[in-house]
Design a protein around this ligand. Sequence first.
Ligand code: SAH
Length: 388
Amino acid sequence: MQGTSINLLSLDRSAMENYFLDMGEKRFRAKQLLQWIYQRKVTRFPDMTDLSKHLRQTLQQNTNLDLPEIVSQQRSTDGTFKWLLRLKDGNCIETVYIPESERGTLCVSSQVGCSLNCTFCSTARQGFNRNLEVDEIIAQVWIANSVLESPKQESNESGSIEKKPENCFVSNVENQRRPVTNVVMMGMGEPLLNFDNVVSAMRLIMDDYSFGLSRRKVTLSTAGMIPAMDQLRQQCPVSLAVSLHAPDNALRDKLVPLNKKYPIGPLLDCCRRYVGENNRRRVTFEYVMLKDINDSPEQARMLARILRQVPAKVNLIPFNPFPQTRFERSEAETIDRFRDILLAKNIFTVTRTTRGDDIDAACGQLVGDFVDRTSRSKRMQQQTGVFS
Ligand code: SAH
């Protein structure tokens, strides 16, 4: 592909409409293109038969629909899939699919690595390289749907897969139920530090001419970037998850260093603004269960107290260990006791089942394979403190 070629996966509907208007075409071409790409999964312009030959040739010359390469696909014994995808600059990211009886959730990465430094997260130890482009974010959904819809994947066990055939046209799929019914921006990276690209990608995911997911089925998880959360509320109010992990600032400063900039009080105010008048919506608070760090009954009571004023749901995430971490997962009984205290205070609380841990696909275990542009990964290997 030429250097100037535009990847059409990087354009949401309004960007694509502008693209066609600029070239003297009608606005509705954008809808046609979106349907070919996302609903019929056609990535070869010659096969887009309701476009004129001339337009197909122009698109062939000036644009592309390049996808990341699937380096490997692993399937957990519990049915969870994890893909390692190689981007055009050689960096690799991870994407995870979690099937449940009523839904299929795709956990999507937003950055190559992460620039935040949450002490219990293995992505953080890898350091940071760059933000993902819109096409690199949306491609994760495209690839997951496409691989999982392909019948030959049914019996596939872990290991690498063959590349899909170039022309994967399937007719009449518009009304078909897709494997990916929910998207969570909870993979590698802090999505709100890549705001514009993440919002464009989420708009595409929700577009009726693309994957058509409703706002309720797209969740963005943040470590608590307050100004960007306000912007999200105004521009693209998807479901919100906030990584809280501690009931007081002293502890949260250590676990989620971003807390020094955006502490708990203002963060909860921002969450209240996010749900606004709409009582039917709640913010999900993620709380990783770390043995003897944040899991005491007193901390559960404190958590219940600070969440009293926010329409909240709490997700307790048993800590997923990784090499060289000093943290341990709380005992099952400790987690149950913590949950029961919250429930007794009328706070809707669930313990997240750990999925895909045999393939390191669980929360905080995504690491990809990339060049760290910070020196964090090296520094981390030298540190030995309790919170390293
Ligand atoms: N940066 C975003 C999204 C990525 S992390 C955020 O902070 O929300 C997705 C979730 O997994 C977050 O709640 C994160 O705190 C949690 N997590 C990170 N490492 C973990 C680990 N080792 N065990 C369990 N959960 C972890």
